[in-house]
Structures are given as C-alpha cells and as structure tokens.
Design a protein around this ligand. Sequence first.
Ligand SMILES: N[C@@H](Cc1c[nH]c[nH+]1)C(=O)O
Length: 376
Amino acid sequence: MTMIPPGLLPEGLSDRLPPQAEASARLARRVLDTVATHGYERVMPPLAEFEDTLTQRLKSMRAQDLVRAVDPVSQRSLALRPDMTAQVGRIAATRLATAPRPLRLSYAGPVIRLKANQLRPEREKLQVGAELIGSDSVAAAVEIVNVAIEALQAAGVSGLTIDFTLPDLIDMLAAGPLPLAADELEAVRTELDAKDAGALVALGPQAAAYLPLIEATGPFHAAMERLEAFNAQLGGAINSRIAGLRAIARPIGWDITLTLDPTERHGFEYQNWFGFSIFAEGFIGEIGRGGSYAILRADGQDEPAIGFSLYPDPLIDAGFGDEAPKRLFLPLGADAIRAAELRAEGWHTVAALVGDEDGATLRCSHWLDGAELRAF
Ligand SMILES: N[C@@H](Cc1c[nH]c[nH+]1)C(=O)O
C-alpha cells in the first residue's frame, strides 16, 4: 500500500497558510467593497449544484472540465462550480427573476476545474466578480470595465493592461458578409488563433478574406485603425462593434494600457459581442476576464448581461494584500482592560496561557508591561 504523507492533497489543490490566507480574504474584501460602492450586492451561491442547471443557463456554455459526483440523495449528477457567473445567471433567472433590472450582483469564492491550465497548476482558484444583469449595452460595458479597473486599483494592483476582444465576430462575419461553410469556419478560427497568415490564405479565398483581422491586433489605437479599414472594405458591416469599442475605451485612464485582439476566443466560451482580458505587469496570463453574455430565462427568452471575474491568486502569491499586523504579547495576568484598549487601536494580542511562553517566538514585536508597551 502506498503511504500518503499527512497534509498531501490531490494535485492542483492546496492550503493557504498565514499570512496569505488573510491577504486573500483582504483582497477579496477590497474588491467586493469597491463594487458595492457602485451598487453591486453580494450573493453566495453554493459550492455544488445539479450539473444541468449549472451549465445550461448561459447560452453556449459547455459542460467541459467539470468536477462531478452523483448526489446520493437525488441520484442526479452534481458538479462543483467552475465559474460563479453561471450561478449568478441562474439566480437572476429564477429567484431574482422579478427583481428590478438592471440587477447588480457581486460574488467571491473558490471555483474548481478538472484540469489546470498550462500557465498555472492549480485546479481550485479564488474568483471574485460582479455581474450586471438586464443590459449588455455600451453604457453597461463602460461601467463594468471601469468598475473592474477601480476594484483592482483599490486592491493596490497597478500596471494594468486591458485586452479587448469581439468574441462572436467570426460567427457574425461568417453568417453575413464573409460567408464560410461550417468546416471552413473551424479551420479559420484555428488559424486566427495561431495568427498564421500563410495557413489562413492556404485555406482558400473565402478564408483569406479574414486576413486583415490578424493585422488588427496589438496596441489599441493602431489596431482599431486597421479594424476600421477592414470595416470600410465590408461596407460598414461591423460599425456598431467599432463604435462600441471606441466608447468603452474613451473613459479609461492613460495609466491603463489598452490592446485589441478581435478574434481572441481563449476563455470566451459564452461571451457574445464584447469581451476583455485583464493583465497586470509582471504576471503571466490574465488575472481577470469579462464580457457580455445571454442568460436563458425560464420563459425561453434571453436576458442580456455583462460582468467580470477576477482570479487574484497570483497576486496573493506575489504578496498583494499582505499587511503584517502589529502583534502584542500579553504575559500572564496582563491588564485586560488595557489589552482591550490596545486591540481597539489595532493591535492583535497574543495572550500567554501558562506563563512561560516566549512572545518573540510567537512573532510579537512588543509585550505589555503594566500599562506600557515594551519592544522585544
Ligand atoms: N466568468 C467569466 C468572466 C465573465 C464574467 N462575466 C462575464 N464574463 C470567466 O471567468 O471567464
């Protein structure tokens, strides 16, 4: 029999220890507090749900990568949540179906996937976010992008880059001005993902018409000019998308780097007209993502929505939210009233239990001597 050392967890799952556990809670708190100031109210969906209600609520969400189990009570398939946006969608479509719109909700909690991605081995991640339900207008997008930026800045994250994308652009073009057969569509997507101009042209003239989209990538303003030139060739077929992107970019401060990658689809499985990824200087991979999507309501109608989710674990690993508390040792018999006063001033007290503990070993910087603080 193989011995499993104590404390060993399944691959991709880990404990958060002091001080990162506190830092993680603090960062989530800052984000939630910031979004609350913009009217977003917190919901707490459960860790697991019936698999079908979890995956069928958002249009074009796929049931991939789920950690599943059969519920012995209902005999139905349960899944651990991979993304709280789907749960917020379910809440909005069911229990809050009659709440006034737009409905602004926020959330924070762990999410889990079966497989880790190439960039990070973790299968469990903290997700913190906000969703605006009832609109996916340009005004709603402006609000969501700016609230996401403000929340990250309030948490002390700087050097932000926002990469805009148009998740359903290829579908829209293929169904309209640049027709593609179903099999061609997938091949075009693959080559656009790879940004392989040669391979795209080799697919034939229909596919080659998508070539300008490879060029319309990079720093926002230059890429937008190329996207506008492409739009002009198409007789203005994507006018509304272009106007939307410009309006969303306009209020964003100069301290934020903006980029465009109109065909990026990694991580944008259910988003429709607008999507964005958030990067922070010094971190590989995105630390957040968002966009517009449709929630399926009980009456079969779609409800528009837009939101963002942050994945702050890499920030925590790098020390964000770390604030070493001032720790004070209380020897046996210390003045309880004075200790309470000091706690009210922000000290964390560590009380002796037997009398021979060493406060310095317990990571206290000071000890209470009568009413006085003494440094160790
Ligand atoms: N939940 C999505 C991002 C998102 C939130 N709202 C809309 N999109 C994700 O984590 O990829």
